[in-house]
Design a protein. Structure first.
Length: 461
């Protein structure tokens, strides 16, 4: 048996005991099965069970009584429902979807999830990349990174941006641990409590939660199938004088739409007239079949800050993000980053650089786009047959924004889906105004699975 197999069996034994303790099948003070009995019950070796029990004892979950056996440690704890399954009673708010996704087990169906199916991601390349990082010089795996981040990755991000018409030098790029941390840093850098920020309505749910955590006033700009409603944007800019407007130019989350050149120009003109900055989220850019206009490309980083990351096309387990901004803001932003974190993950940056420079990345990306295009067409047809109407035809990516035509509340449908081991994404979690209550966001990568689609038909029927 390989070490990896042994490790997996050991963890399976330990996790089985943890779950029985959490669900009160094993109460504090209860004797757990003997090593021999547990080994026979699970079909593993006695040494595997011994290792699992030692691990649980180190965690404080069980205690050993010499000559007697192993017993559940501690006093009775309050029953924890979330250890027994999804949080069915939690209010459907902006963080509802994030919590349910994080709690989802490996068997949960994820048609409302925010990432590609694991089988679509470059798992083998990530493993090769990790091995390459492990063989690299000692500094890669032991030291803090440079203040702005790993120079080769910053240079690569600059070159990749230029391919989409966004010209920035590597010195204008700051690496961070994720695109979420990028937005958090920008919010801390630019905002005072009570400042107003505009976001799309609907928008990525964590935008709203993060900005409210920074004590900002968050106001939504109504979205149309061609981008933000420009008349509404002009009125909101004039009334509220927001500090910045946060948006996606390409493959907007959750609608999947991308900006037209005329719309991008108009947004920049309006924001300039009202002295409002723009923060452009580039997280889905690599999934576009052809690059849409980028606000940062038109603006040259005068008023636009661009953020991005690699969790959507590489891996969400080793996160790495970046910020591109005007040169005179780089040093104070880096000072803020150092004050909060002393730097960013050198290992993750080196891994991302290795994966992006591997010749297989572009081929894998092209294949992913091809698969998504086929899935988009098929899933749109299948969902239309379930009483849903597509809001706008995406030009790429993996999101479909669809309306329930029978007037049902999408949050109620999502709660019902949870009881059937399925995660849906109701429209209200994406809306700062609480609108879009009869909409759902679908991930076509997950919906392309026939088993998932059959279950969806049952939930939506």
């Amino acid at each position: 048996m390989s070490f990896a197999d042994q490790l997996g069996r050991t963890e399976a034994v330990a996790d089985g005991i943890r779950q029985r303790i959490a669900a009160r099948v094993l109460a504090p003070g209860a004797r757990i099965p003997s090593v021999r009995a547990q080994a026979e019950a699970m079909g593993v070796s006695k040494s595997t069970v011994v290792e699992a029990y030692e691990r649980l004892a180190a965690e404080g979950a069980i205690v050993s009584r010499p000559g007697s056996g192993f017993y559940v440690a501690g006093k009775t704890r309050p029953l924890c429902l979330k250890s027994m399954g999804p949080e069915l009673d939690r209010a459907v708010d902006p963080l509802w979807l994030a919590r349910q996704s994080a709690l989802a087990g490996s068997t949960m169906m994820m048609p409302g999830g925010g990432n590609l199916p694991e089988a679509w991601l470059p798992d083998d390349a990530v493993r090769r990349g990790l091995r390459a990082v492990a063989r690299a010089e000692t500094a890669i795996v032991t030291r803090y990174d440079q203040p702005q981040g790993f120079p080769p990755l910053r240079a690569l991000i600059a070159r990749r941006g230029a391919e989409k018409g966004v010209v920035a030098s590597p010195d204008q790029i700051v690496l961070v641990d994720s695109a979420t941390q990028a937005l958090d840093l920008i919010a801390r850098f630019l905002l005072q409590p009570g400042d107003t920020v505009l976001v799309d309505d609907p928008c990525y749910f964590n935008f709203v939660a993060l900005l409210r955590a920074q004590r900002a006033t968050v106001i939504g700009v109504p979205m149309t199938t061609e981008g933000p409603d420009l008349t509404a944007l002009a009125a909101l800019l004039a009334e509220h004088r927001p500090r910045f407007y946060l948006t996606n130019s390409a493959l907007q989350n959750p609608t999947g739409t991308s900006l037209l050149p005329a719309t991008a120009h108009r947004i920049l003109r309006l924001c300039e007239a009202h002295e409002t900055l723009v923060v452009e989220d580039e997280i889905f850019g690599d999934l576009e079949p052809d690059a849409a206009p980028r606000l940062a490309g038109f603006d040259g980083f005068e008023r636009v800050i661009q953020i991005g990351g690699f969790s959507k096309t590489l891996t969400a387990a080793a996160r790495c993000g970046w910020i591109a901004l005007r040169p005179d803001w780089v040093e104070p932003l880096v000072d803020l980053k150092l004050a909060l974190s002393l730097g960013n993950g050198h290992v993750c940056a080196a891994l991302a650089h290795g994966l992006l420079t591997d010749g297989s990345y572009r081929r894998t990306l092209a294949e992913t786009r091809r698969r998504l295009a086929g899935a988009m067409a098929q899933v749109a047809r299948d969902l239309s047959g379930c009483g849903l109407r597509i809001w706008a035809e995406p030009r790429g990516g993996y999101f479909l924004w669809m309306r329930l035509t029978d007037g049902r509340d999408a949050a109620d449908v999502a709660r019902r889906a949870l009881t059937r081991n399925m995660l849906l994404a109701p429209g209200v979690v994406f809306s700062p105004s609480g609108s879009w209550q009869d909409f759902l966001r679908f991930n076509v990568g997950h919906c392309a699975d026939p088993q998932v689609m059959n279950s969806l038909r049952a939930v939506l029927g």
